[in-house]
Design a protein around this ligand. Sequence first.
Ligand code: PMP
Length: 392
Amino acid sequence: MDIFEKCRQFTAAKEAIAQGFYPYFIPLDENEGTEVVYNGHRLIMCGSNNYLGLTTDPRVKEAACAALERYGTSCTGSRFLNGTLALHEQLEHELAEWVGKESALVFSTGMQANLGAVSALVGRGDYVILDKDDHASIVDGARLGYGKIERFRHNDMEHLERVLQSLPEAAGKLIVVDGLFSMEGDLAPLPDLIPVAKKYGARLMVDDAHAMGVLGGGRGTAAHFGVTEDVDLIMSTFSKSFASLGGFVAGDEDVIHYIKHHARSLIFSASIPASNAVAALTALKIMREEPERIARVNEIGARMRKAYTDLGFNIGHSVTPIVPIIIGDDEKTFLTWKLLFENGVFVNPVISPAVAPGHQLLRTSYMATHTDEQLDRVIGIFEKVGKMVGLI
Ligand code: PMP
């Protein structure tokens, strides 16, 4: 059997492209942050993770350009060998201080941070315990490790406890959850989760990709709940509020030191260039100095949740600037996406397996830099399209 046969059989995406009905890999010609251009068509971006709107901030751009001039375009090697700059270490110190941990380690993406940290820690005989809605990079990190994977129903602490009870008492255990779940905008119940983890001697890692820069004064979900001490590892990415590319994990110095010397995605992959490190450092400085940005993105989130709920849309359990419009059916999700796109709003359709069947949704997300006028237009277009497709 030709190993490529499956590629020839895979026609679903090609058919959708041919019908002009394909919502993924859309090549944008322009991206000014809150507005983007595709094929001459201007859209309001409500599907980005640029929560603080810093990707186009002149200070971030200028600092990144200056770093590019000074250090060149690439580090051409991994952190382990020739690819560590003093800038990476400065960023690690500042991040550790920001999230309230002893130490931090910068990876080349958030995905690589999860792959490396989880697989380095969860060895033979250990267990990694995941929420069913955890991000794919956590699941893949768990798969890469030599330990066993257990899963519990989304945010179901009773189920988590039953899973933990069933595991050998002496085995090492790591629970990994998203702090802010990326598709539905709800939070992990950390104050309820921590006592359960402690009761069974499990360590806790929180993926704060979406909460960093947004919750807890920008310091993430652990800070939001006031439980930083009890979250053993905090992971995040630079590809969202930090307006860059890269990722990190923070925790006790000895644990980070161990990960640094065992995470294969760190040791065998090139480090982020200086321009990315400086973009993240500058974004962090702005987070520190301009808390009003963080307040603004949360106000916008509250406003949009209320507007969609008042119109009659189902937004699930979102309490953040990630606001899902839950539709629950593939075809209707794609149709609604298409009509929104044609009317000038960019959102992301999400179907199974990224969300549970029945939870197919349009993921909308907001930026501190969206204007009230843009948001009014978005709400108006949602109302029009929602009525056209019979969602409201
Ligand atoms: N964790 C979560 C929860 C994410 O949403 C993402 C990115 N979508 C990642 C990790 C990976 O981050 P990166 O884009 O930096 O690889």
